[in-house]
Design a protein around this ligand. Structure first.
Ligand SMILES: [Zn+2]
Length: 50
């Protein structure tokens, strides 16, 4: 799967690491680390009574 990047200058989505002379970045940066993700999954199971 290709990782889309977003240009903050012209708001265009691109696969390039730079656009408009500025570095692009992921439009959807991960909010949680892998450990947090699994921790959230464990908490969800706990709340479901599993
Ligand atoms: Zn651009």
């Amino acid at each position: 799967m290709k990782r889309m990047k977003k240009c903050e200058v012209c708001k265009a989505y691109t696969l390039d690491v730079s656009h408009c002379g500025k570095p692009t970045h992921s439009p959807h940066p991960p909010k949680f680390s892998i450990d947090d993700k699994y921790a959230a999954y464990r908490r969800m199971n706990f709340q479901n009574g599993n």
